[in-house]
Design a protein. Structure first.
Length: 471
């Protein structure tokens, strides 16, 4: 029987817990980062707009209108440049720029733009300049400077109506803090995922451990082991399932015991009159010794009585099913003994034994002998006079012995393979249908299972396993 896959429920539970948690943490991190970025960017924009407004209040519109290109030596120009440089130091910004309405420079704290030169870089901020001209101090979007770093500008108008604009430019230093925030988010998310993974693994084990033990208990019950109690480990639905499973085990055991008692009772009641019939048949044989033509009829009665006794014995053995008494059994000797017991006559099929020397099994000798003998007799009958039968044993994995009985007969039809191990199922006119059921029970008692397939000789191959001897 193929073993069901292990660990799939644990994997599913881990995925069911980790995937939503990972997605939730990822969405939270993205949302937190985006909110922080927007808040910091808006805060920088408000700070620059306020700084630009304060600069604009320090400059008179007449000063902007009084100078133009060629007035570099004038006191007004010197005063505006000094004020721009002083304001830059006070506000701790990168640059303070004073421009006319047409964006020509009037003062640059950095001295990058000469008086009267148009500040072309401000052309990208036309919407912001337009809003500033309406009296609303505003800030530009982020832009990348020539040094490759991000910057932002604040605009405020000078005079009413605007004679020009005060421009304050500062580095977006908050992006460094935002990068550190991203690292903290990543580290925190990883730590949270590790904690969630550990918790999920613990919870999953708490669920799958009892379920795996329940599966093992169900497998034992299915194999016929009704003695072991199913332990109730939890007080939840899994515990309720364990209780129902143990109740089922108890009910099956009670039914099995009733069936065994019934079979034993029937066999006992039948055996007594059979003994009487056998005695009377013997008396008739003696009384009819002078009538040879009647002795054949008595012989037929005796054969039927013997057959019925065998049937009763099978019923009793099936009902009692004693626990196996394990001992070390040389495989080659056991196969040789079985071969001698069912070796056909000179006109029957050939029979050979295949077994590695020194191979030994740990099993109940009587039960194992009975299983092999039953299979061997069936194989001899199926092979026919000119066929062949093979009794074989081989080691598998160093811990198991595989026993095989192969024949060259017609094989077992596919449509009845699932039924042949069912008690009382038989394809013969005379038979109890308990032979292969015995083999199956013996195989289960030894921790194995019996199966039937195609033999290399052309017929059926019956196979089951037992433990290898520890010695």
């Amino acid at each position: 029987m193929a073993q069901p896959p292990r660990g799939r429920l644990l994997a599913k539970l881990l995925v069911a817990m980790l995937v939503p948690a990972t997605l939730a943490l990822l969405l939270f991190a993205v949302a937190a980062h985006e909110i922080a970025r927007r808040v910091l960017e808006d805060e920088l924009g408000r700070r620059l707009a306020t700084a630009a407004t304060s600069v604009a209040l320090l400059v008179l519109p007449e000063q902007i209108a009084a100078i133009a290109a060629g007035d570099e030596r004038s006191n007004t120009y010197a005063n505006l440049r000094h004020r721009a440089a002083q304001t830059r130091e006070r506000l701790a910004v990168r640059r303070v720029l004073l421009v006319a309405r047409d964006l020509t420079a009037r003062a640059d704290s950095e001295g990058a733009l000469a008086l009267g030169v148009r500040a072309h870089e401000l052309g990208a901020d036309a919407p912001e300049i337009e809003r500033a001209s309406l009296g609303r101090a505003t800030a530009s979007p982020l832009f990348i400077g020539r040094d490759g770093r991000p910057y932002k500008r604040g605009y405020a108008r000078i005079g009413d109506p605007a004679a020009g604009f005060a421009v304050v430019e500062a580095s977006a230093e908050y992006l460094d803090a935002l990068a550190a925030f991203r690292r903290y988010l990543a580290l925190g998310g990883a730590a949270c995922l590790a904690i969630i993974a550990a918790l999920a693994a613990w919870l999953s084990r708490r669920m799958t451990g009892p379920l795996e033990r329940l599966a093992a208990a169900a497998e034992r019950i299915g194999a016929g082991d009704l003695a072991g109690t199913v332990t109730v480990e939890t007080r939840d639905e899994i515990g309720a399932l364990a209780m129902r499973l143990d109740e089922m085990r108890i009910a099956l055991r009670a039914r099995d015991e009733r069936m065994q008692m019934m079979l034993a009772g029937i066999a006992h009641e039948v055996r007594n009159p059979l003994g009487g019939l056998e005695l009377y048949a013997g008396l008739l044989r003696e009384g009819l010794a002078a009538q040879p033509e009647r002795l054949a009829e008595i012989a037929r009665v005796e054969r039927e009585i013997a057959y019925l006794k065998d049937v009763v014995t099978d019923f009793l053995d099936f009902a009692r099913r004693p626990a196996p008494v394990v001992e070390v059994i040389p495989a080659s000797a056991l196969l040789g003994e079985v071969a001698e017991l069912c070796r056909p006559s000179a006109a029957g099929p050939s029979l050979r034994v295949e077994c590695a020397p020194g191979l030994a099994a740990r099993a109940d000798r009587a039960q194992l002998r009975r299983a092999l003998l039953n299979l061997a007799k069936n194989a001899v009958a199926a092979a026919g006079p000119s066929g062949q039968v093979v009794l074989a044993a081989r080691s598998e994995g160093g811990s198991r012995i595989v026993w095989e009985v192969r024949d060259s007969g017609p094989g077992v039809p596919d449509e009845i393979r699932a039924k042949i191990f069912t008690p009382f199922f038989t394809t013969r006119e005379r038979g109890t249908g308990l032979g292969l059921a015995f083999v199956q029970e013996i195989a289960r008692d030894h921790g194995g299972a019996v199966s039937v397939g195609h033999a290399s000789e052309g017929g059926a191959c019956f196979r089951f396993t037992t433990n290898v001897s520890a010695g």
